[in-house]
Design a binder for this molecule. Structure first.
Ligand code: LLP
Length: 416
């Protein structure tokens, strides 16, 4: 459930009509709901209340400081994949002691900074990284807390670009060899094993792959125990899907129940890295119809938002719901392709959507709170949209719209 609802055919975010926000800040603009973010975070927190747990929001899904700050105030931890994300977490008031560092390409400077601020754990994705971590920690005279990200070879049954738990993916350490890498890790002077980590993919709408992965991770945990390798947490990653159009993903409670059932009375702390399930339906991208255009074959609605603002439809053929800010039940609907002004055939936000449209209408592209702004770019020299967070009746601009000058401020021409 989220807090974007119609009242008398007018779409509201919490207690504010979205059209008021569009009028004040212009379009396109991202609008987030604080109550929705909090609700979704708490749904995970409550679902795992019977186990010690830490929910580490995946910063890549939405890294706006206001979003991170709202979650930090709830006590959230954070899953990061770069020093940039770590700096954002710190700037937003996040606790470094609740930060998990994932990703296959951690640079020396990133490792050093993360050690200096004292993050909770490094999710190590290769033997080389393990050696690098040991070396950097040794230089700093500290011990690096680690878990190995194991690749369980489970088919997440999601879009191939966002499946990460198969043998052919670049992520993690093959679960078959993980045991021997743990043995190596145990022998290193400057790392301390504290967990096992596993993330198999994103936008999963079925529990079976999670259950399958958990089974394999628990089997590994048992083998490690037999070798005398001790650790305190299991990091189950993120990946729980959301409803964009007609999907029926499990609720966090059902996911937690399935995981708890498998876990039984094993004493591990559970760490989670959800991104999309917390932020996805807590945000919309508001856009205006610039032109309606009919060709021999199709009707197009040309929007002022484009693939540079919201890449998911172009990159993954993702389908997100697109709804009017004001429903006009008198008008005849028709099927439209909703496209942006960018010079690419792949620049669409929705295809063959049944909508009653007029030029100048305002639309909301739902499910844009995760992997929306964070994947935006300046392609075609388009300034990125502002981000706005609504809290009840309050409207806060949490990132201003970029200006054209911002785009080339740091560029220069060659000397004469
Ligand atoms: N942990 C790790 C190690 C990850 O790689 C990811 C996402 C997450 C957690 C969070 O997954 P979530 O709960 O959000 O599914 N840009 C794509 C999604 C890429 C996900 C990458 N990794 C999209 O827009 O669908």
């Amino acid at each position: 459930m989220d807090h974007f609802n119609y009242r008398n055919d007018v779409l509201y975010v919490e207690d504010v009509p979205l059209a008021d926000i569009a009028g004040r800040f212009g379009t396109p603009c991202y609008v987030y709901s604080r109550a929705t973010l909090e609700r979704h975070w708490r749904a995970f927190d409550r679902a795992f209340r019977d186990h010690p747990h830490l929910i580490c929001f995946a910063v890549k899904a939405n890294s706006n400081l206001a979003v991170l700050n709202v979650l930090a105030r709830l006590g959230s931890g954070f899953d990061i994949v770069s020093v940039g994300e770590l700096e954002r977490v710190l700037a937003a008031g996040g606790d470094p002691g609740k930060v998990i560092f994932s990703g296959v390409g951690k640079r020396v400077d990133e490792i050093r900074f993360a050690l200096e601020v004292g993050i909770r754990c490094f999710n190590v994705e290769s033997e080389s990284e393990l050696r690098r971590l040991d070396w950097v920690a040794g230089e700093l005279g500290v011990v690096a807390p680690v878990s190995l990200r194991v690749n369980p070879d489970v088919d997440a049954q999601t879009h191939p670009y966002i499946a990460t738990g198969l043998k052919e993916n670049k992520f993690g350490i093959d679960i078959q060899v993980a045991e021997s890498v743990y043995v190596q890790a145990a022998a290193l002077a400057n790392v301390r094993i504290i967990g096992i980590d596993c993330h198999i993919g994103s936008q999963l709408t079925d529990l079976a792959p999670f259950v399958d992965a958990m089974g394999r991770v628990l089997a590994l945990a048992e083998r490690l125990g037999e070798q005398g390798i001790r650790f305190t947490h299991l990091d189950l990653g993120g990946g729980l899907g959301i409803r964009y159009l007609d999907e029926h993903p499990p609720e966090p409670a059902a996911y937690a129940a399935a995981m708890s059932y498998q876990l039984g009375d094993r004493p591990y702390e559970i760490i989670l890295e959800p991104g999309r399930a917390i932020a996805g339906n807590a945000g919309v991208l508001v856009t205006r119809v610039e032109y309606l255009k009919q060709t021999g074959h199709r009707r197009f609605a040309i929007l002022d938002a484009a693939m540079n603002d919201l890449l998911r439809p172009a990159l993954y053929q993702a389908k997100q719901d697109i709804v009017p800010l004001r429903r006009d039940l008198e008008r005849e609907p028709a099927h439209y392709d909703l496209v942006g002004p960018v010079c690419e055939t792949g620049d669409f936000l929705g295809k063959q959507r049944l909508l009653a449209l007029g030029e100048g209408d305002l639309l909301a592209i739902r499910g844009s709170g995760a992997y929306g702004f964070t994947m935006s770019s300046n392609y075609n020299s388009r300034p990125r949209p502002p981000e706005i967070m609504v809290d009840g009746e309050q409207v806060h601009l949490v990132r201003a719209r970029e200006t054209i000058q911002d785009l080339f401020r740091d560029e220069s021409v060659l000397p004469q």
